[in-house]
Design a protein around this ligand. Structure first.
Ligand SMILES: Cc1cc2nc3c(=O)[nH]c(=O)nc-3n(C[C@H](O)[C@H](O)[C@H](O)COP(=O)(O)OP(=O)(O)OC[C@H]3O[C@@H](n4cnc5c(N)ncnc54)[C@H](O)[C@@H]3O)c2cc1C
Ligand code: SF4
Length: 511
């Protein structure tokens, strides 16, 4: 019996479970729909990357002899929604049986589950085995645990996949984690290595024109555009990263440098999340580079931990707690997102830099996301939904399953500690230590109060003071409240007044 096999924009993998036993008389459906392109106002580079990668993937499937029904955004019959396109395809082709791979997002899963009742289709949903930990396995691992920690999950994953594990089962080098070696402040002269620029195919040029005219008012610049849009190109980037850049990945993983958007980060997340690269092949290549003495252990382990550990862990947390997770707001944070997140002017050099990278590249690296834009949102008590919408809109690697736990859980502690054990709150002193931003900023990271005091400083203490009832018992914040209590009443009042002044200037667009 013939089947309709739906491939979503982030399922561009030959090995996708929905394609496993595809027959010549099946039809593969791929569609560009307005609903998905605009449910948040995605960065134009993200839309262009996905449409171009989808079109190339569809062409590759056709070249292999598969029947592909590809619906472009401008197709006059395009209904604008996934459900509409499935309905139209099944009616046109006379098919009632569908095969899909489980989608990354809860929202889309609900949509697919409605197709049986709504459209009278039989939908077979297969697990997404590109992930290294199935949702069932994560649920079993989590079951009965009072407190889950990524580190223990990661060790299990290392053992399961035998990555950086010795014959006797011990971790390579004797330690599970070399993170302590990966937190160096930027060395003088630290710059980003050059990056590969892929030639633009005819398909990509057409997509760039389409995106430029259709989404002109979405935040972000479309060109120059250098993303890989095929697996072959993504593999070139992966190999280049492993050869030239991974050896330096570890040491300065947390560093930030003015004018340097990428430093030694891999820039692979968009490709992994869309399916052009597979997490296991990346981890294996990184391990091989270590075993061949090409990459130091702290770099290989640190990089593998992000993919085999964090990436799988956040997905597990998402599916374990959805749909309730989306409504959590531990601190009841509701302050409107200031205009400077969308490129409005601010004198805070660190924020201005992170937003500029985001606008230009649909990218900023992890520490900018966590300790600059995320940290500010946390300590200023910005509205958790608005902050999440921002992260989901502006990054080319953003999908709710990975964005939400990172934003709501890791950056905002809005889940009250389901993902992380303490809020990643930091004052300007941390940013000053880990970057060279402060030297060029109107504000001074050493000052707590006054016109030129770094806004992060007073907000940091104000955050802990106003959330004392929720955080005081947290074992991982041993010195925060003892230090605060040692401040004189005048000092405490001065800090609170300063925070109020920061909020007032922020509301007026004067920060
Ligand atoms: C507030 C916030 C929002 C984020 N939103 C996203 C998002 O929408 N999509 C996304 O893929 N990542 C997100 N991250 C995680 C991380 O910042 C990005 O994966 C990383 O910056 C991508 O750049 P890179 O490929 O150069 O990563 P590298 O630094 O080179 O790391 C290697 C790989 O590890 C994986 N990885 C690293 N950290 C994480 C993490 N915390 N969670 C999941 N995977 C991780 C990625 O696949 C990444 O490509 C977010 C982090 C924060 C703090
Ligand atoms: S002084 Fe404060 S606001 Fe300015 S760059 Fe440093 S941390 Fe950011």
């Amino acid at each position: 019996m013939s089947h309709l096999r739906l491939i979503l924009a982030d399922q561009l993998s030959d090995s996708l479970s929905a394609l496993a036993d595809v027959e010549a008389d099946d039809t593969v459906l791929m569609c560009e729909v307005m609903e998905e392109a605009t449910y948040v106002r995605h960065h134009p580079k993200k839309i262009a990357f996905l449409f171009a990668a989808m079109r190339h993937f569809a062409a590759e499937l056709s070249d292999k002899g598969l029947q592909v029904r590809y619906v472009t955004l401008t197709d006059p019959d395009n209904t604008g929604s996934l459900t509409g396109e499935v309905e139209r395809a099944t009616a046109d082709l006379g098919l009632r049986q569908m095969i899909v791979t489980e989608p990354g997002e809860y929202r889309v899963c609900q949509m697919m589950e409605s197709w049986h009742a709504k459209l009278g289709l039989t939908v077979e949903m297969r697990p997404d085995d590109r992930f290294l930990c199935s949702i069932d396995r994560f649920t079993r691992w989590a079951s009965g645990k009072k407190q889950m920690r990524m580190e223990y999950f990661y060790r299990e994953m290392r053992k399961s996949y035998h990555i950086l594990i010795e014959q006797d089962g011990s971790p390579t080098g004797g330690q599970w984690n070399y993170d302590k070696e990966n937190r160096k402040p930027p060395a003088k002269g630290l710059v980003s290595p050059t990056r590969i620029r892929h030639p633009q195919s005819a398909i990509l040029k057409e997509v760039l024109a389409l995106v430029g005219t259709t989404f002109p008012d979405h935040f972000g610049t479309l060109e120059p555009f250098h993303f890989a849009v095929t697996r072959a190109q993504a593999l070139i980037e992966l190999d280049d990263f492993i050869t030239r850049i991974l050896p330096h990945f570890g040491d300065y993983q947390d560093a930030m440098v003015q004018g340097e958007a990428f430093l030694n980060h891999s820039l692979l997340s968009s490709y992994i999340n869309a399916g052009l690269l597979l997490p296991l092949e990346i981890c294996r290549k990184a391990e091989a580079a270590y075993r061949n003495n090409h990459v130091p252990l702290n770099a290989a382990e640190g990089f593998i931990r992000q993919i085999l550990g964090w990436r799988e862990y956040v997905r597990g947390i998402y599916w374990l707690h959805m749909p309730d997770y989306a409504d959590l707001n531990f601190f009841d944070a509701k302050r409107p997102l200031p205009a400077f997140y969308w490129g409005g002017s601010t004198a805070m050099a660190c924020i201005s830099e992170a937003v500029a990278h985001t606008r230009e590249h649909a990218y900023s690296h992890h520490i900018q996301r966590l300790m600059v834009t995320g940290n500010f949102a946390l300590i200023a008590g910005l509205d958790v939904k608005q902050v999440q919408d921002w992260y989901l809109s502006v990054y080319s690697d953003a999908y709710e399953w990975v964005e939400m736990p990172n934003t709501l859980g890791m950056a905002l502690f809005g889940d009250g500690g389901l993902l992380g054990s303490k809020p990643y709150a930091a004052s300007g002193k941390y940013i000053d230590k880990m970057s060279n931003y402060c030297a060029g900023c109107r504000y001074n990271p050493q000052e707590m109060t006054g016109k030129t005091a770094c806004p992060f400083n007073a907000l940091y203490w104000d955050f802990f003071a106003r959330n004392r009832n929720k955080l005081e018992a947290n074992q991982r914040l041993p010195f925060v409240y003892t230090t605060w209590d040692k401040f004189s009443p005048d000092r405490q009042t001065g800090i609170k007044d300063q925070a109020a002044s920061v909020f007032s200037r922020m509301a007026q667009g004067l920060l």
